[in-house]
Design a protein around this ligand. Structure first.
Ligand code: E4P
Length: 215
């Protein structure tokens, strides 16, 4: 399973990279706004800065919702760096654009996916990644992890090459459940990656070893 970090914060990306477990980055317009990145030039530069920290794929999201606009934005993003994956929303114009990008050799991440039917469309259009938002489903009393199981099974049945990128991760149980379900990638907030390190028996065990080592 690949590990992506879900942030536009350069320090967090660097810290996760330095831990040696990072395979890529996902961003979205809300995460960019949270870092105060404004204006086309700054936004484009920020994506390049991210690509220069990590070795893996970096998802950069379009904000147009019409085919021509999505294509224009996506092509400009893809030209920035070979690691850029164009993130496109699961809407009619988005699916058409994913097909267009696929034929041009531009890799895409189909975002805002909340159902297996949407995931089938993304795969049929040739998306490199599909992003089911499991936390947001849980928030409305639906089962986000069940959706990951369903998509993994469907993709396996038909040998779809689209990778399942579990998004909207809220806690470590989401990560381990996604791993059990066979998600190809999880994209996690920085704190949730750090939370994976924690176990009280590790802390107490280490404290005892260090105390005994002094004896
Ligand atoms: C990632 O690709 C998504 O944009 C992100 O995981 C959404 O997470 P949220 O539901 O916590 O905003």
């Amino acid at each position: 399973m690949k590990f992506f970090i879900d942030t536009a914060n350069l320090s967090q990306i660097k810290e996760a990279h330095d831990l040696g477990v990072l395979d890529g980055v996902t961003t979205n317009p809300s995460l960019m706004a949270k870092e105060g990145i404004k204006g086309q030039e700054n936004i484009m530069k920020h994506y390049v800065d991210i690509c220069n920290i990590v070795k893996g794929d970096v998802s950069a999201e379009v904000i147009s919702v019409d085919f021509d606009g999505i294509v224009r934005e996506g092509e400009a993003l893809a030209k920035l760096h070979p690691q850029i994956v164009v993130k496109v929303p699961m809407i009619k114009e988005g699916v058409k654009a994913i097909r267009y990008f696929t034929e041009k050799g531009i890799r895409t991440n189909c975002t805002l996916v909340f159902s297996a039917g949407q995931a089938i469309l993304a795969a049929k259009a040739g998306a490199a990644y599909v992003s089911p938002f499991i936390g947001r489903l849980d928030d409305i009393n639906e089962d986000g992890i069940a959706l990951i199981h369903q998509i993994v099974k469907i993709y396996h049945n038909y040998n779809f090459r689209t990778q399942v990128l579990a998004a909207s991760i809220r806690h470590t149980l989401h990560i381990t459940k996604c791993a059990e379900a066979g998600a190809d990638v999880v994209t996690c907030p920085h704190q949730v990656i750090l939370d994976l390190l924690k176990h009280p028996l590790t802390d107490s065990g280490l404290a005892k070893f260090l105390a005994d080592a002094k004896k």
